[in-house]
Design a protein around this ligand. Structure first.
Ligand SMILES: Nc1ncnc2c1ncn2[C@@H]1O[C@H](COP(=O)(O)OP(=O)(O)OP(=O)(O)O)[C@@H](O)[C@H]1O
Ligand SMILES: O=C(O)C1=C[C@@H](O)[C@@H](O)[C@H](O)C1
Length: 166
């Protein structure tokens, strides 16, 4: 099986669904944020604060390049699509699923967030970031799923159905 990359804005459900999907497929689950945290031995707010967002984006590319292209389900960081090289990798090497979620829903899901530096800014800026990324996620995706009205279980089923049809 070609590895599956889940992309989408913070709070779209990449980690939650990725773990469930990996269980169902008996595949390995990886999370690019977690891979960076292990490698750099720092959490994400620390990396942003001490090294800056630009460096964090470089780490994302390094991690993405080294991921297994078979039998793995990968939850990606919300901004993985910012770099052109990452977009090319997502399009060419993985089955990429965009978990599309409305901004209203994301606000509810991340109401008690602490660990996402780009969520800790003014609402207007977050909405601008959300708007600016929508078409980029879409451009990279083999499958787009609107997650607002579906349970995690149902979304996992939808992804499994489209893999079988591959
Ligand atoms: N389909 C869904 N319906 C309702 N709630 C959901 C759904 N998917 C995820 N959630 C909830 O939304 C929150 C954020 O989910 P999760 O951490 O999986 O998002 P993420 O895309 O991995 O975020 P990030 O990229 O910021 O790590 C969690 O509390 C999770 O339980
Ligand atoms: O949307 C983003 O740019 C980010 C999302 C998180 O998953 C982390 O990768 C980090 O906080 C940046």
């Amino acid at each position: 099986m070609k590895s599956i990359c889940l992309i989408g804005f913070m709070g779209s459900g990449k980690t939650t669904l990725g773990k469930e999907l990996a269980k169902k497929l008996d595949a390995v689950f990886l999370d690019t944020d977690e891979e960076i945290i292990k490698w750099r031995e720092m959490d994400i707010p620390e990396i942003f604060q001490l090294e800056g967002e630009k460096r964090f984006r470089e780490y994302e590319t390094e991690v993405l390049k080294g991921l297994p292209q078979k039998n793995t389900v990968i939850a990606t960081g919300g901004g993985i699509i910012e770099a052109k090289m990452n977009r090319d990798i997502l399009k060419n090497d993985f089955f990429t699923v965009y978990l599309k979620t409305s901004f209203e829903e994301i606000k509810q899901r991340l109401a008690s967030n602490k660990n996402r530096p780009l969520w800790n800014q003014e609402m207007e800026k977050k909405e601008q970031l959300y708007d600016s990324r929508q078409y980029i996620y879409e451009e990279c995706a083999d499958q787009i799923i609107q997650t607002d009205d579906y349970s995690a279980e149902r979304i996992v089923q939808m992804i499994m159905k489209s893999i079988v049809q591959q």
